[in-house]
Design a protein around this ligand. Structure first.
Ligand SMILES: NC(=O)c1ccc[n+]([C@@H]2O[C@H](COP(=O)([O-])OP(=O)(O)OC[C@H]3O[C@@H](n4cnc5c(N)ncnc54)[C@H](OP(=O)(O)O)[C@@H]3O)[C@@H](O)[C@H]2O)c1
Length: 212
């Protein structure tokens, strides 16, 4: 598969590096040509501009701070339909001070990106830190990590599901884009627990205890 990645930071390197190792063609596009080139050299893949990454291949990962996304997409012509129908993978976490969503009670990040672009947006990969995505594979005692996916387009979900499996993880479609805000809020909650020294696993009983 051909995957464009906008951004050259931690998530770009973690996911792009693993997809490159799995044999995918990856193009990293960043506002710094030097950082894009360095990342491409480390992963053995291509560097380009943000515009090239947005148009490259089958899917584009938005690996940007959420507060930078609207500006970047608008500069790409989102308002004029330049990204309509593209598959955009949204891994952003709009988490601000106090581990609160900066999107507040309004539409979530993925919904906002879809409304802005008309793209086929899939929310994915936001729920775990880049250190986990760098693992080969991301798996623990209970098995491979499950990756919740939210999206409205069946083909887009299938494509992102393939990318999940190619990391060694298990795709877990959890509903349409209207569910993405729940995933975003859950992740903000998890980040708050992790950063204050609490293990979220202690909140959860074994599956059998709640399904008996
Ligand atoms: N890191 C994690 O563990 C993790 C896990 C799940 C989700 N996420 C989410 O994934 C997204 C990326 O996180 P990250 O950790 O990869 O961030 P990062 O390491 O800080 O990288 C951010 C990238 O965005 C670029 N950028 C920032 N502002 C920009 C702008 N106005 N225009 C163009 N490019 C801009 C940066 O470019 P420069 O290098 O030029 O500054 C950099 O390439 C965030 O939304 C984050 O919440 C992160």
């Amino acid at each position: 598969m051909r995957i464009g990645i906008i951004g050259t930071g931690n998530m770009a390197e973690a996911l792009g590096g693993r997809w490159a190792a799995a044999g995918h063609h990856v193009l990293f596009g960043g506002r710094s040509a030097e950082r894009a080139r360095a990342l491409a050299d480390r992963t053995g893949r291509r560097a380009g501009t943000i515009r090239e990454a947005a148009a490259y291949g089958d899917a584009t990962l938005l690996a940007l701070p959420y507060d930078a996304v609207a500006g970047v997409l608008t500069a790409l012509g989102a308002a004029d339909g330049a990204l309509r129908g593209r598959l955009l993978v949204d891994c952003t976490n709009a988490v601000g001070p106090g581990f609160r969503l900066t999107t507040g009670a309004g539409p979530g990040a993925a919904r906002t990106i879809a409304d802005l672009t008309g793209a086929r947006v899939v929310k994915a990969f936001n729920h775990l830190p880049d250190s986990v995505w760098r693992l080969d594979p991301p798996a623990f005692a209970d098995g491979p990590v499950a990756v919740p996916l939210c999206g409205d387009d069946a083909g887009a979900l299938e494509t992102v599901g393939t990318l999940v499996r190619d990391l060694g993880c298990v795709p877990l479609p959890v509903g349409g884009l209207d569910r993405a805000a729940y995933l975003e809020a859950t992740t903000a909650f998890l980040i708050g627990l992790w950063h204050t020294g609490h293990d979220p696993r202690t909140l959860l009983p074994p599956f059998e205890a709640v399904t008996a």
